[in-house]
Design a protein around this ligand. Sequence first.
Ligand code: PMP
Length: 433
Amino acid sequence: SVQAPALNTTRSSEIFKAAQDILPGGVNSPVRAFKSVGGNPIVFERVKDAYAFDVDGNKYVDYVGSWGPAICGHANDRVNEKLKAQIDKGTSFGAPCELENALGEMVIERVPSVEMVRFCNSGTEACLSALRVMRAYTGRDMIIKFEGCYHGHADPFLVKAGSGVITLGLPDSPGVPAAATATTLCATYNNLDEVKALFAANPGKIAGVILEPVVGNSGFIAPDKEFLQGLRETCTKEGAVLCFDEVMTGFRIAKGCAQEYWGVTPDLTTMGKVIGGGMPVGAYGGKREIMDMVAPAGPMYQAGTLSGNPLAMVAGIETLKILGEPGQYEKLDKLTKRLIEGILKAGKDNGHAVCGGHISGMFGFFFTEGPVKNFADAAKSDTEKFGRWHRAMLEEGVYLAPSQYEAGFMSLAHTEADIDATIAAAQRAMARI
Ligand code: PMP
């Protein structure tokens, strides 16, 4: 087999070892810890464009992109310029600022279903607030989510959740009272019949359905269009709210988010990641009559000291401006298609069972024959092989999400040369594992 290039990660390991005495597990978010792929995490020193630079002086082509936000490339010059100018005007107001209107208008203008929006500070906050407004609006308590979909770490969503919950084998977390999840119903992704059966078994009790309109948190799984259309019809018929969690897909797979891509209009949408351009932001929005429930317009309470933060707003505005320029999504799609086809070919050329796909700048593949339509299909993957692949790609200077159950992200800063180098690396890595 082909000799692995040497990768010196001495400083990374020292820093991570020290971190384990300071931070639980040495990190501030679980998947960063490389638990499922083995070895120590790489400690970044700086990021720029398509690249991450670690504390040992290694350079990587980065396909994590801070887990989605870095769609214009890391530390994008235009976004940074706006941030620098804003710092001198103050980093937090705790009072209205016009920037909130500006970003809000951009969201409303681009996303078909959003008539009003509330900004918050993370995807978790967006989803837990969306859940509250779904319940407040319908006067019902139950919700339907899907196995392997992640909607942040609020109690009611930690049922068969994706992302780090799968990676770490924590289907339910201690500390979540049974009462907090008693109203959470779970169905299989891409299975409309199960959803209809849950509605039939709980007449007049289900506030709504929440899902990732392209799954990223069990790895990359595309929905069947008929599944999304069926959910829309069912929710309308049952008087329930359809909520698309577009924290990952929002402004990534299309200018008008996944709902524009699929032509299916939800009642409520959650957003995060891209909309903050690398600053901590979440948002939820939808029909005016639903959003009118939110305080102080209405009785449903939700608030935030740093919500609508001016730094986050300028980063989001500039990011959406860049994404609004002609050809950007076509560019993301073209680059990502080239990459995923190259990786799948590298897998097949070297005798591995692989399947995968992409939509615009979001992609993923599994070490299994496929097709992967839901979490149970994804769970057939050879995760040990994935661990070897991940390590081999690091040695080749390619930084991928350290879990089989995460999507990959392309940026506008990636070049065809980056992609071709990654594909060549993938061929060598697939031969080694
Ligand atoms: N929903 C989805 C679809 C996500 O992918 C994530 C984060 N990966 C969240 C919600 C939670 O967002 P955050 O990590 O910003 O709290």
